[in-house]
Write a protein that binds this ligand. Structure first.
Ligand code: F6P
Length: 463
């Protein structure tokens, strides 16, 4: 079914994820342009030889690359039917599973698990099956297969049936829902998801809290986790890469431009997120407005630098959320701005060098998600910060388990509490700030991506 030529089945370490390490865009003149991605998995996997990354073709460029046989050694892109992929990715993974694990439903009216949902679920099964089949074809005898995330929850179970010789791991990069919330899902679907992951030899999570929630669901719904081992691996920031990259010339240039926008002598509150419902950007802006309202001494003296990079724009609820962020930023600037002071500087165009510049410049970093598997921004800022940065951190981010002691911790729903925390962070003395930043950076880099990945591999190979 797949157009690409199949290599002999020898790979010893396989990774499977929806989004792969490379994306192709199709130019108007028909040329294909390859762009490499970053992230924990990319740098984690760089420590391993004899590996294969199986991922989905995500757009026209990727699909064209598969059809033309263009690719990279070590990467196999699956050209799954575009409609099936859209139903699985947008319909199930992002509109159902993401919502369940991040507690995002407005429960008086949603979710509604109707016939359309069942149709999309069949697509999710087909998409998971395509991955299981490709992995079964590609894996060498007794190879280790590391399946990533909520997109591919059914793969471990399906793959075990096809290839009982393999060592199979599953890793969740999201939180895991508490059992009462997980039970919003239809019973058969909830069971299928748990059994899918329990098809793995080992299921791993970013924090103890998410692992315990998963165990809780398995215990309540299935009576236990069976023979599957449960692990916790708290991915850390990639210190070497960040320190080097954040000192390059393009970052310096963007720092100069940001300084200009902020204005002389003003403090900055920085946030960098995908415009993602769970990131709580709107309440963050409310908190900032509350700060300006209730503590007028900060007016003219602080700028909220908010980078909110659009994500999942195929979904109306994400588009609406993006618009809400923009509207609120404009409102705050209209209400408080002066000729010489723009209270909120909002950028929506993704620019990694500019994000690093903002990290270096930040006096305060605001990381206030409703819920987050880990949140790497909270870990990256202290590593690259130039003169120390106070961290305002949601207790619902996975990073809280490791950084809670030296952060100013907030309940993400409490806007007044968050405004108070911003005030406390802005008021922190230089010495305290430097001390805390140093300890935060140490905690944040305790488990660098390569170690994080190798630990999982070793644990999977042990019995
Ligand atoms: O947080 C879990 C996660 O899989 C991240 O690793 C990733 O950034 C995101 O969710 C998926 O995003 P996307 O839908 O853009 O692939």
């Amino acid at each position: 079914e797949h157009a690409e030529a199949t290599a002999p089945s020898t790979a010893q370490v396989l990774v499977a994820s929806n989004r792969g390490p490379i994306t192709y865009t199709l130019g108007e003149d028909g040329t294909l342009d390859a762009k490499r991605g970053g992230g924990g998995l990319v740098s984690g996997l760089s420590a391993v030889d004899d590996k294969l990354w199986v991922c989905a073709a995500l757009g026209d460029g990727d699909r064209e690359a598969v059809r033309r046989g263009v690719g990279e050694p070590g990467v196999r892109m699956l050209d799954i039917d575009a409609g099936v992929h859209a139903d699985a990715y947008n319909g199930i993974a992002n509109s159902v599973l993401w919502f369940v694990h991040h507690l995002l439903y407005q429960t008086p009216v949603e979710p509604v698990f109707d016939a359309e949902f069942r149709r999309q679920w069949a697509a999710y099964e087909a998409y998971n099956r395509a991955f299981a089949q490709a992995l079964a074809e590609e894996a060498g005898p007794e190879a280790a297969v590391l399946v990533q995330d909520y997109h591919l929850a059914l793969v471990p179970g399906m793959l075990r049936e096809l290839r009982p010789d393999l060592r199979i791991g599953h890793f969740s990069h999201t939180p895991w829902a508490p059992v009462d919330y997980f039970r919003l899902l239809p019973d058969d679907i909830a069971e299928q998801l748990l059994r899918g992951i329990l098809g793995a030899d080992r299921a791993a999570f970013l924090t103890r809290r998410w692992a315990d929630a998963f165990i809780g669901c398995c215990t309540e719904i299935l009576g236990g986790t069976g023979r599957t081992r449960i692990g916790v691996h708290g991915l850390g920031a990639d210190a070497d890469f960040l320190r080097r990259r954040s000192r390059e010339a393009d970052v310096d240039e963007r720092m100069a431009a940001l300084r200009e926008q902020v204005g002389e002598g003003r403090k900055t509150i920085v946030r960098v997120d995908r415009t993602e419902l769970s990131k709580n950007i709107v309440r963050g802006l409310h908190a900032y407005r509350t700060l300006l309202e209730t503590r007028p001494e900060w007016r003219e003296r602080v700028v909220h630098v908010a980078f909110a990079y659009p994500s999942r724009q195929d979904l109306a609820v994400y588009r609406d959320y993006t618009a809400a962020v923009q509207t609120l930023a404009t409102e705050i600037n209209g209400a408080y701005g002066t000729e010489s002071w723009t209270p909120v500087v909002l950028h929506v165009k993704d620019d990694f060098a500019r994000s690093l510049a903002a990290y270096r410049l930040a006096d305060v970093a605001l990381v206030n998600p409703i819920r987050d598997g880990m949140n790497l921004v909270a870990k990256e800022v202290p590593v690259v910060s130039d003169q120390g940065c106070a961290l305002v951190l949601s207790r619902e981010a996975g990073a809280y388990e490791e950084l809670g002691e030296d952060a100013i911790v907030v309940n993400p729903y409490d806007v007044v509490g968050t405004a108070d925390a911003l005030h406390e962070a802005l008021s922190m003395g230089a010495e305290e700030r430097t001390g805390r930043t140093k300890r935060l950076a140490e905690a944040a880099t305790a488990l660098p991506p390569q170690r994080w990945f190798l630990d999982q591999l070793e644990a999977l190979r042990q019995e």
